[in-house]
Write a protein that binds this ligand. Structure first.
Ligand SMILES: *Cc1c(COP(=O)(O)O)cnc(C)c1O
Length: 810
């Protein structure tokens, strides 16, 4: 790689030296004056936030440069993480903590009469993702930086991230999200790093070679955000592509006065990076989505090859220097695209090209839900990516040639559809599931035939979450206690939390643990009072279910049991009840009507229960709108109880479950996804298990009237369904939930009725435990102490060793 040698260039930055608050104060003031052009006397919170962000960003640049320099000097293997989603959230405080500058920044701002908290909360969330999959990508970027794994994230710079949610009459209403309306201080625009991406057109043959003549082209322009790891020892790049027109403007049309038509090329191109598809775990089959997927993938691969070649390496050696991870099948066009670039543009033979592709690529499967598996109609694929469809057919034929025993129903192109799961499997050297249970099910069900042909290709990498954001930053009260108990450094070595076990029998430690939780609960209660107009008592059990709204996640089970509990209290208001606050949060895909009906039901039920003087403080239901990363950071540290109640076999892993347990919430949950491993780690006595297992779920569904049987066996559930059907929660429209109740009796695919009684019993066990504070806080502290395994650092180490063949540069 061409690099200008600068005399006396600084050595790699390894240990940051924090500036004094005085120095940092002048950094902030310099940016306020010269970057923002504002005088301190007239600066707004926004101005201060940007000045602070720039002052922090300045301090990332050196470790960032040093990391890049070291990667190239040492010829290190680089990891490229391709993801259509990065659900980042706010950046400022996380960056400040990783740089060791949080307290310096807060102190500097105080001398300037500014409140650090208010500035932090002024930042909009970068919500370039729907839920768990996108948040995982963000945690993995941070862990790669912490571990010194040389890497790049590649994604799309959506102008509008995930929609904003509000409730009107209890119903979800969506509005566009506009995080880029404000200046985004963390990124560097790279107009020089741009590639053309083609679509449509035709494939012609020239001298025996295929030549694709695209009918449309757009430019992908890079925007780089540095991602700094713990203690500022390493920083990687998140490179997001924005779509720009290749011809900016039709001047002829403009001169003829046709202004709208003149701007057409620009408008067409920009739609590509305009919006994030809001579908979580469903696949829409829309042409624009396929174009987005190809846009990201092609720009990334062109960038990867350009960087590799300019370093002077041979294309044949690509797998020694490059690992490419596909986050779900969304970038699964990477296999055909890499082969196309190698064959059509660089003149390699097909067999050599596919060997290179397979050796570089890895594929992470995130779901078994059939409605989520991407399949593109061949006519659509052939229209949008004609050359790729040819290559996909060649890959399929190549695979069958090498595996003549492949069953006839297995393949990439079947029934006029391209199956992206099979494509990703066949073009990757490793395929991974995201929890032990999920990986077993991928092996046994989803890809059983391909697994037989490629034994060992499927591996497990159980998900993880970054403890920097999800414990250190989100929960300063508990973080302080942990450091007091076991000393510093657990943030980058989460297994050290085990050291807390020695303290759980110490009453003073348990009291401190409970006090930290109470601090967070009081703060949340204040926020709920302020923003939701509901008063909740911090002594109640804070019972939280926050995640995308989906039938398989069974928010319905939660709200039905809430109604049953309310009904039970009303039958005996003088009973010895444990007060509870049931907190919900989450968005539904705009077109997912069943999920939207559940949202409305929760809000309708909340309106009735919260205004019932009989139950009063004994039961409240709160559903703040617009759940996102920053709301998660507020709710999770204040939770006593974590609801992880999906129908067994449906949740691939979950990561919300990990954040809660790490923050000392006890889980009520099914044997699904990573719940299984969480329970193993924290111990079965410290976990409220209920419900059918994945195998029992399959069996249960064979009973045609399982729902009816289960309802008839439970008087409380019958009463609940009766109350809903009578319109007790929708008095203005008593028939509102007749469809939902009918479905409960006659279908209930997700087995809400079958698990209802077990769930209700587990909830009573929760209450019994909560009445014994010594036991409760011991269990809660043991949860925190035993969650070290679920650090995303452990997960990334697993990917590095078993999939990427990459080593740490630190
Ligand atoms: C962690 C997280 C998720 C994933 O939650 P699950 O319970 O695993 O589905 C979704 N959204 C946000 C904002 C998160 O922080």
């Amino acid at each position: 790689m061409k690099r200008v040698e600068i005399a006396g260039k600084p050595p790699p930055v390894k240990d940051l030296i924090a500036p004094s608050p005085e120095t940092f104060r002048s950094d902030i003031l310099r940016h306020l004056t010269f970057t923002m052009g504002k005088d301190a006397a007239h600066a707004s919170v926004y101005d201060w936030r940007l000045a602070l962000s720039f002052a922090l960003r300045d301090r990332i640049v050196e470790p960032w440069f040093a990391a890049t320099r070291q990667t190239w000097d040492e010829g290190r293997k680089r990891v490229y993480y391709l993801s259509m989603e990065f659900l980042i959230g706010r950046i400022l405080e996380d960056a400040a903590i990783n740089l060791g500058l949080r307290d310096v920044a807060a102190a500097a701002l105080e001398t300037l009469g500014q409140d650090f908290r208010a500035i932090v909360e002024d930042e909009p969330d970068a919500a370039l993702g729907n839920g768990g999959l996108g948040r995982l990508a963000a945690c993995y970027m941070e862990s790669m930086a912490t571990l010194g794994c040389p890497g790049y994230g590649y994604g799309i710079r959506y102008e509008h991230g995930l929609f904003k949610q509000r409730f009107e009459g209890g119903r979800q209403v969506e509005s566009p999200e506009d995080w880029l309306n404000q200046r985004h201080p963390w990124e560097f625009e790279r107009p020089e790093a741009a590639y053309e991406v083609g679509f449509k057109g035709e494939v012609v043959r020239e001298g025996g070679r295929a030549v694709w003549l695209p009918g449309e082209t757009v430019r992908a322009e890079a925007h780089d955000t540095p991602v700094v790891g713990w203690a500022g020892r390493w920083a990687n790049t998140l490179r997001l592509w924005a779509a720009k027109p290749t011809t900016l403007f039709d001047l002829d049309r403009f001169n003829r006065g046709d202004y709208a038509a003149a701007a057409e090329p620009e408008a067409l191109a920009r739609t590509l990076s305009r919006v994030l598809y809001p579908d979580d775990t469903t696949y829409a089959g829309k042409e624009l989505r396929l174009k987005q997927e190809y846009f990201l993938t092609s720009a990334a691969l062109q960038d990867i090859l350009r960087r590799h070649l300019s370093a002077g390496y041979a294309l044949e050696d690509l797998p020694q220097h490059v690992a490419i991870q596909m986050n779900d099948t969304h970038p699964a066009i990477a296999g055909p695209e890499l082969i196309r670039l190698l064959v059509d543009q660089h003149g390699l033979g097909f067999d050599a090209a596919i060997d290179i592709a397979v050796a570089c690529l890895g594929y992470t499967n995130h779901t078994l839900l059939p409605e989520a598996l991407e399949r593109w109609a061949t006519y659509l694929m052939g229209n949008v990516l004609p050359r790729h469809l040819q290559i996909i057919e060649e890959i399929d034929a190549w695979h069958l040639r090498h595996h003549p025993t492949r069953p006839h129903w297995v393949g990439i192109v079947k029934h006029h559809e391209v199956r992206m799961g099979e494509l990703a499997f066949i073009t990757a050297h490793k395929v991974n599931g995201v929890s032990a249970l999920h990986t077993d099910l991928v092996r046994q069900n989803l890809f059983s035939e391909l697994e037989a042909l490629h034994p060992g290709r499927i591996v497990n990498q159980t998900n993880g979450v970054t403890p920097r954001r999800w414990l250190r930053m989100a929960n300063p009260a508990l973080s302080g206690l942990i450091t007091k108990a076991i000393g510093p450094g657990w943030e980058a070595d989460l297994d050290r939390l085990k050291g807390l076990e020695a303290h759980v029998d110490d009453a003073a430690f348990r009291a401190d643990f409970a006090a930290a939780k109470r601090t967070n609960k009081v703060a949340l209660a204040d926020w709920i009072a302020r923003t939701q107009g509901v008063t909740v008592c911090p002594d109640a059990i804070f019972d939280v279910q926050v995640k995308r709204i989906h039938e398989y996640k069974r928010q319905l089970l939660n709200i039905l049991e809430t109604i049953a509990h309310w009904h039970a209290i009303r039958q005996n208001p003088q009973g010895d009840w444990v007060p509870r606050v049931r907190i919900f949060g989450g968005k539904a895909a705009p077109g997912y009507l069943a999920a939207k009906e559940i949202i409305r039901l929760i809000n309708d039920v909340a309106a009735v229960i919260n205004n019932d003087p009989v139950t009063g403080d004994l039961l409240k239901v709160v559903y703040p709108a617009n759940y996102n990363v920053s709301m998660a950071e507020r709710l999770i540290p204040a939770a006593d109880l974590s609801e992880q109640i999906s129908t067994a076999g449906k949740e691939a892993s979950g990561t919300g479950n990990m954040k809660f347990a790490l923050n000392g919430a006890l889980t009520i949950g099914t044997l699904d996804g990573a719940n299984v491993e969480i329970r193993e780690q924290v111990g079965p006595d410290n976990f409220f298990l209920f419900g059918l297992t994945a195998a029992e779920v399959v069996e249960r569904r064979k009973t045609p009237d399982h729902a009816r049987q289960a309802i008839l066996a439970s008087q409380p559930l019958q009463d609940v369904l009766q109350m809903i059907a009578e319109g007790q929660f929708s008095p203005d429209e008593p028939a509102r939930y007749h469809g939902l109740v009918h479905n409960m009796w006659h279908s209930d695919y997700f087995l809400v009725a079958s698990d209802f009684t077990a769930y209700a019993e587990a909830q009573r066990a929760v209450e019994a435990a909560f009445r014994r504070p010594d036991d409760w806080w011991r269990m809660a502290a043991l949860n925190t102490a035993r969650m070290g395994f679920f650090s995303s650092d452990r997960a990334i180490r697993g990917y590095m060793a078993e999939i990427w063949g990459a080593a740490s540069a630190l």
